[in-house]
Design a protein around this ligand. Structure first.
Ligand SMILES: Nc1ncnc2c1ncn2[C@@H]1O[C@H](COP(=O)(O)OP(=O)(O)O)[C@@H](O)[C@H]1O
Ligand SMILES: [Mg+2]
Length: 420
């Protein structure tokens, strides 16, 4: 059984999205998968449409009872999500875990002990962690063979990265098992020049410690979560689904490697392997190796940031301008909506939508440099549908992933104008 903790102290970097969709993609690959929600906010249940009011007992009850006379079995709190995919939900009680276990011995090993009892029932356990370094995160880490650190590929997200990795390194030092730490680029927006540059830098600096697969920014993932579905059910044709399929396959491909390292350091009474003396020595070496690994990841992050900072404020300003200039699609700027698209060979690009009674001749885009076309217009707050008309050919906006099927069996692009 491989246990993977999804950790990052930063909220909103995609931990829950990665946890839910990776678990579901692993299940789809035929692996028996358990998702454990260690975040008291209980977002996994929300994202998988498990009704909050029906959750009578969650992971909190199991963890706490593991240290009391009559333990509650993990299997008693599981929700079946789909074939091979079960969820141990969290409730808000989990926030009291630290306080409730105060004074208890071995309280950082509760999850590890609970999982040891189901080691033969699952191939993978994914643990969604809270955006904090606390006893819950430490429990996750103690139980894990692997850690995934989702990192947004934006300039500002790099600021916290080295501090996050430093903290993780301190935590790992306190663990006595081998942990394989990998960085995962998340919410990657290929359309921005800065996103592309940062991904290239991350790849260069974190070679070997970063997943080859990247999770792209994909609005379908957001929609799927709000409807309580994993992406494989909500939209199997989406980019988001392909990314998670790729990530699951990349992980599965390293199963044997991780298993070998795990056996080499097994100290758990459930996995009696190799004599204790050899284990202790190897364990020490592996922990040191892990620690060095994390330290070097962390210093690479600092170098990467220093490199970016070193190129003077003008450069950063320029990058932000480039980022703005690099935008394609429809974007609200105050009360005005700016459409930007790229059709290097087109003679005429127009927009038709319910805002102009689907009359493209009223909204003609202006040609710019290098095949770029632009148009700004004022629109009242509300939801609009539109299509691009390129040399007379009607098509969906290739840079807007928010789409809806129209009565002709084609896709309209959707635009939501917000009240300022
Ligand atoms: N790859 C992605 N593409 C688009 N939206 C995403 C992506 N990953 C996460 N999100 C959205 O970003 C928000 C924060 O993500 P979440 O997974 O809840 O982060 P965390 O668990 O780290 O707080 C959510 O609204 C989620 O739907
Ligand atoms: Mg979360």
């Amino acid at each position: 059984m491989r246990t993977i903790a999804v950790i990052n102290q930063k909220g909103g970097c995609g931990k829950t999205t990665v946890s839910i969709n990776l678990a579901s993609a692993l299940a789809d690959e035929g692996k028996k998968t358990l998702l454990i929600d260690m975040d008291p906010q209980g977002h996994c249940a929300v994202g998988l449409a498990v009704p909050d009011e029906q959750i009578e007992q969650g992971i909190y009850d199991v963890l706490l009872s593991s240290r009391r006379g009559e333990p509650i079995k993990l299997t008693e709190v599981l929700w079946e999500i789909s074939d091979n995919f079960e969820l141990a939900p969290a409730s808000i009680d989990l926030a009291a875990f630290e306080q409730q276990t105060n004074g208890m011995t071995d309280r950082e090993n509760c999850l590890k002990d609970v999982l040891a009892a189901v080691a033969r029932d699952f191939d993978y356990v994914i643990v969604d962690c809270p955006p904090a370094v606390n006893l819950l995160t430490f429990n996750a880490l103690r139980a894990s063979t692997d850690v995934i650190v989702p990192v947004e590929t934006g300039y500002f997200s790099l600021h916290g990265l080295s501090r996050q990795l430093d903290t993780l390194s301190i935590l790992c030092k306190q663990c006595s098992q081998h942990i394989n730490v990998m960085v995962l680029a998340s919410m990657y927006d290929i359309r921005t020049k800065m996103g592309r540059e940062i991904l290239a830098e991350l790849r260069k600096n974190f070679a070997g410690r970063m997943f080859w697969t990247v999770v792209n920014f994909n609005t379908k993932l957001k929609e799927a979560a709000s409807l309580g579905q994993p992406i494989c059910e909500y939209d199997p044709a989406s980019r988001g689904h392909k990314d998670f399929q790729g990530l699951a396959q990349e992980l599965i491909a390293t199963d044997t490697l991780v298993e070998q390292k795990k056996i080499a350091v097994a100290v758990d009474k459930h996995e009696p392997v190799i004599q204790a003396s050899i284990q202790a020595k190897e364990r020490k070496e592996i922990i040191e190796e892990l620690d060095n690994n994390l330290e070097s990841i962390s210093s690479s992050a600092q170098e990467l940031l220093a490199g970016l900072k070193g190129e003077t404020k003008t450069r950063v300003k320029k990058d932000i301008n480039d980022k703005l200039n690099d935008f394609y699609g429809a974007r609200q700027l105050g009360n005005s909506i700016k459409f930007v698209t790229l059709y290097p060979r087109a003679q005429k690009v127009q927009i038709a939508g319910d805002f102009n009674n689907w009359k493209p001749q009223q909204t003609i885009m202006q040609p710019g440099k290098d095949g770029k076309w632009e148009l700004a217009m004022e629109l009242a707050p509300g939801k609009y549908r539109y299509r691009m008309v390129v040399d007379g050919q009607w098509q969906q906006d290739p840079y807007n992933e928010n789409i809806e099927l129209n009565p002709f069996g084609e896709y309209n692009s959707i635009l939501e104008v917000k009240q300022i």
